[in-house]
Design a protein around this ligand. Structure first.
Ligand SMILES: [Zn+2]
Length: 134
């Protein structure tokens, strides 16, 4: 495999974009190469804007309720990995298992953020989360 194909293979497997570089929405399988960088795009319209260097100034942030939800939803994974590593102390785990736990927590936070973005209804989000926790 040539060096550039190896880099592309590594990127697609381990470092793929999840958000559109223009609007920060989830990507739709589109990638835009600009110079030595690869950006994700949600649509052809936005891939054109990315090529022109245009970006919306949006920034994601973590919120307290979303973090609480993510931690609660990740408990099963934490307990399973603790048993696998014979320890409840994170720094005693293998690096791979620490990364698995953090990936689980991040994905659960993104589920919360997606639900919040989709519904915009805080009471409904709380109800959905409580139902999932039962
Ligand atoms: Zn977009």
């Amino acid at each position: 495999m040539t060096k550039s194909l190896f880099r592309l293979d590594y990127f697609l497997r381990h470092n793929r974009q999840s958000l559109c570089a223009y609007c920060k929405a989830p990507i739709n399988g589109l990638f835009v190469a600009v110079g030595g960088s690869v950006y994700g795009a949600c649509s052809m319209e936005h891939s054109d804007k990315i090529l022109k260097g245009e970006r919306l100034p949006r920034v994601a942030y973590a919120n307290e309720e979303g973090v609480k939800y993510a931690v609660k939803q990740s408990k099963h994974t934490y307990v399973t990995l603790s048993k696998d590593n014979d320890s409840f102390v994170l720094h005693e785990w293998t690096q791979r298992d620490r990364e698995k736990l953090f990936a689980e927590v991040i994905l659960n936070f993104l589920d919360y953020a997606n639900e919040q973005a989709k519904t915009g209804n805080l009471d409904k989000i709380t109800k959905i989360i409580n139902e999932r926790s039962d």
